[in-house]
Design a protein around this ligand. Sequence first.
Ligand SMILES: Cc1ncc(COP(=O)(O)O)c(C=O)c1O
Length: 400
Amino acid sequence: MAIEFSPNMKRIEESGTLAVFARVKEMQRTGQEVLSLVVGELDCETPDFIKQAGIRAIREGFTRYTVNSGIPELREAIARKLRDDNDLEYTPDEILVSAGSKQAFYNIMYALCGEGDEVIIFTPNYTSHPDQVRLVGATPVLVPSRVENNYQIEAEALRRAITEHTRMIILNSPNNPSSQLYTKESFEIVAKTAMEHDLWILSDELYEKIVFPPHVHYSIAQLFPEVKERSLVANGLSKTYAMTGWRLGYGAGPREVIKAAALVQSHTTNNASSISQKAALAALTEDDGSFFRDLIPDLEKKRDTAYRIISSIDGLNCPNAQGAFYLFPSIKKYIGRRSGDRVIGGSLDLAMYLLEEKQVAIVPGIAFNTEGAIRISFATDLETVERGCLKIKEGLEQLA
Ligand SMILES: Cc1ncc(COP(=O)(O)O)c(C=O)c1O
């Protein structure tokens, strides 16, 4: 039977990087070693006390539907976390527990934006954000930020993007892929613009705990309380506690919006996994801080190794990572160069070249709507980070 998809499918795109991932798989299948610097999750297991809470939940039969928006004790724990870590006061009915921050983000997007609305996204951006906007029928408006300005928000660029249809601004700090945190000035530009044009702000803060000193994570409404009534936070435990597979995230914001987002969830998936909710409760209430005490210095060592090698490559503009676990150097100087018959026309060509000639996998910047850059993840073992970055250096230096 000929399959004709609904027009809905025309709204979303496959990632342009699938070709790279398909090639990685093929090379691995044929026994070739690939140094993978593409990972988007921590290189360690979920802490044992969290796993034990999940196991206990299963043993005790906590395996049925829960309240759609999440068990009350978990929403209370999230409210405490938002108060203690972010100086943000939310009541449990202003919090929605979802299957990952991605689902919370989507439910909120669905509740607030639709046909005819424009949503501002700063590039480089997390890959799913524009597609989530398109899924609800709205239009993503990409506003570039520049490596020369450490990927901060520029008032003039934002002003030019605002139209009478603008409905929302998306923030992501620490940012995937740039690993930069917004400065107070960047947040102020967004806060002022949102107030002036009556816009919503949806802030993806998934990497908030992965921040390297002396940098500090801020949530926009913490710095500018006047925007709290128009701000929503999407966050979760995936990156914080190495819990990507548990699918546990949450959204927080004005009660009426959270209620509407919960209604969306009630008709799609209903509650997040009951087992994961119990595990998340343990993460938020029993954590003695030891996981981060070890994690951040370990990641810092990997970051410093990657940065030392990558920043020594001629002509690469590479801000060091302030949070998350990526380097996102600009490789503009290498566009147009050659290796034999192979011409490096853009970041995808460079990714393929590094993969096929140097057996190292990275993600091309085009996946994040930023041509002329590459994303290098250092969330893997130190030896792979070092060997992979040396291969990138060798590959770039051999281009003529
Ligand atoms: C910036 C950002 N937001 C959201 C997500 C999705 O995370 P979750 O596992 O909480 O759905 C990711 C995952 O890589 C991410 O990098």
